[in-house]
Structure formats: structure tokens, C-alpha cells
Design a protein around this ligand. Structure first.
Ligand SMILES: C[S@@+](CC[C@H](N)C(=O)[O-])C[C@H]1O[C@@H](n2cnc3c(N)ncnc32)[C@H](O)[C@@H]1O
Length: 182
């Protein structure tokens, strides 16, 4: 019995480590609020020949929900989920396997600060949308990277405003604020 309790506690610590370790992911995993999914999907403005990135996709709550809507509307929208945490990558891959629109979804294990974003979207570089739900102290850095690689991209930031893009800011009020930049 003591051995089982030990295994359980060790497993618990492993899970806590994987989800909170700054080494594995400098931004902690925290999913977008379920109640805001519809408003976020609307803000993404799904259309044909569009590519939507979720940088730090977590368990894919947004990407998979938006991809379902795109599928229902018969759109060819492409979705790219970038995640660094191996456990979340595993969850993303399992969810992808059962998704009705899996042909249009790409899961990438990479570091959003280091990767070249334009790599998977060479054909769709004009209509590119980024969804960000990351810690405010990293937002500016990622927004700059996006603007550098995709000057015409639309950016949706959940919960936190991007100071350097304030001029083009629009807000949607859900359970939390959704900031839209064009
Ligand atoms: C606040 S969560 C948001 C999850 C998801 N986008 C959502 O809206 O539910 C931030 C995610 O970013 C991931 N992350 C942190 N640092 C990263 C990095 N350098 N590269 C890729 N993903 C990262 C974390 O593992 C976490 O899943």
C-alpha cells in the first residue's frame, strides 16, 4: 500500500513539474475560458485560404473548436498548433486523430521564440491570423516576431493587450477581453 501511495505522489509531482516547469515551458499552461470559445472563433474570422496559428496551443481548445466550425462551413482554413510541452503535444496528437477536420490541422512541437513562423505557411502568407494567450511579459516579444515575419497578419490576443499595437486595437468583451489587431 505504501508503495502505491509513493507511486501516486511521484506521479503527481511529475505532472506538476511538466505543467509548471519554467525549463519545459516559460509560460504556464492555462486554457482559454470555454465560455469565450464562440467569441474567439468569431474574432478569428474564418475564411478560405487562411492560416490560423495558436502559438502555445495548450490542449488545442481553440484550434480544435475553430477547425470544427471551419469544417461545418466547408472552408479550407488551415490550422497550426505550436506547443513546446511534450505532454500537451501528446494530448494534441490524440485529439487530432479523432478530429473531423484533421487534414487541415498541423501540430508542431517547437519553441515560439525560436522557430521560423513562415515555414509551414508559404502558400497562405497573405491571410494569416495568430491567436495568442501568453503571459503579458512575453506578448510584446512574440508580437514583434509576428509583425516582422507577417507584417499583414491579424493578431488576436486573449486577456492581455499588446501595447505596441494599441493604435489598431479593437476589443470584444467576453468572460475575458479579446483584443483584435489588424
Ligand atoms: C496560457 S496557455 C494557452 C493555451 C491555449 N493557447 C489556450 O488558449 O487554451 C500557454 C501555452 O503556451 C505553451 N508555451 C509556453 N512556452 C512556449 C514556447 N516557448 N513555445 C511553444 N509553446 C509554449 C505552454 O505550454 C502553454 O500550453
Amino acid at each position: 500500500m505504501a508503495f502505491l501511495i509513493f507511486i501516486f505522489i511521484a506521479f503527481l509531482f511529475l505532472i506538476i513539474f511538466v505543467f509548471s516547469s519554467k525549463k519545459l515551458s516559460p509560460i504556464p499552461y492555462f486554457p482559454s475560458n470555454k465560455k469565450d470559445i464562440a467569441s474567439i472563433t468569431k474574432a478569428l474570422g474564418l475564411s478560405n485560404n487562411q492560416t490560423i496559428f495558436d502559438l502555445g496551443a495548450g490542449d488545442g481548445i481553440i484550434i480544435f473548436a475553430a477547425a470544427k466550425v471551419a469544417n461545418k462551413k466547408k472552408l479550407n482554413t488551415k490550422f497550426v498548433a505550436v506547443e513546446i510541452n511534450p505532454i500537451l503535444i501528446l494530448i494534441l496528437l490524440i485529439r487530432l486523430f479523432f478530429h473531423p477536420n484533421k487534414k487541415n490541422i498541423k501540430i508542431i512541437r517547437d519553441d515560439i521564440f525560436k522557430m521560423k513562423l513562415s515555414f509551414p505557411t508559404t502558400n497562405y502568407s497573405l491571410l494569416t491570423t495568430f491567436y495568442l494567450y501568453i503571459s503579458p511579459w512575453f506578448l510584446e516579444k512574440v508580437a514583434k516576431k509576428i509583425s516582422h515575419e507577417f507584417p499583414k497578419a491579424k493578431i488576436i490576443s486573449y486577456m492581455y493587450s499588446i501595447k505596441s499595437l494599441k493604435k489598431s486595437e479593437k476589443k470584444i468583451q467576453g468572460k475575458n477581453t479579446i483584443f483584435v489587431y489588424r
